[in-house]
Design a protein around this ligand. Sequence first.
Ligand code: PXP
Length: 237
Amino acid sequence: MVRLGVNVDHIATIREARRGREPDPIAAAVLAELAGADGIVCHLREDRRHIKDRDLTLLRQVVKTHLNMEMAATEEMMKKAISVLPDMVTLVPERRQELTTEGGLDVTTNFDHLEEVTSTLRANNIVVSFFIDPDISQIKAVAKLGADYVELHTGNYANAQDLNQVVEELERIRSMAMAASKMGLGVSAGHGLNYQNVVDIAKIKQIEELNIGHSIISKAVLIGIEKAVRDMIALIR
Ligand code: PXP
C-alpha cells in the first residue's frame, strides 16, 4: 500500500504571514498523523521563509511515524541534519527567488560533493533520497551515489496542459519508477499532486510513497472554514 507523507510547510507559511505563533506546523503534524499519515515532510530553506529551526527540532520530538527533512546539500544543512537526525533527508535544489522547488536536483553536476553528502548522512543512519526529474541519467547517477531513494518530480505531469501530455508524462514517470526500482532504489514521488491527478500516480506499483503538501493544506483550509466561522459566531453572540 502506498504511503502518504504530508508536507506541513504551508502551515508555517500561513504563520509567517503574521510572524506569530499560529497556526503551528507541529499541531498540523500531530493531526495529520492521527488521520493516518505515514510520515511528515518539511523543508528547512536557507532563508527560513516558512519552517524554522525550532519547527524541525520539535517535529523530531513529536513525529511518531517518519520525519522526512527536505534540504539543499549545503554545509549548514548537513550540520542541521546531523544534529536533528530526521529519519530521511531528501536533497532538493534551492533557489531563493523560487516560489517552490521548481525542478529536480541535477545530480550529474557536483557528483563528488553529493557522494560525500550521501555517505555522511548514511553513516548517521539517515535514509537518503534525491528529488530528481524523471530522467534516466539522473536515476543512474543517484544509484551510483549509493543513495537509498529517488523522489520523482511530478510537476510536469501535474502541469500538463492536455490529455496527450498527461499520458506522456504519466508514462515517463511509470517507466522511470520501474528503472529506478530495477536499480535497487526505493521510489517516491511528489510535487503538484492533488485530488484530481493523484490516482493514476498511486497506481504505479513501484512508487512506495507520495509526498503531498499544497493540495492537502488547501483542502484543509476550505473544509475547515464552516466550523471555524460557526465557532467564532458562537463566541461573539
Ligand atoms: N516533494 C518535494 C521534494 C517538494 O519539494 C515538495 C514541495 O515542497 C513536495 C514534494 C510537495 O509538493 P506539493 O506542495 O506541490 O504537494
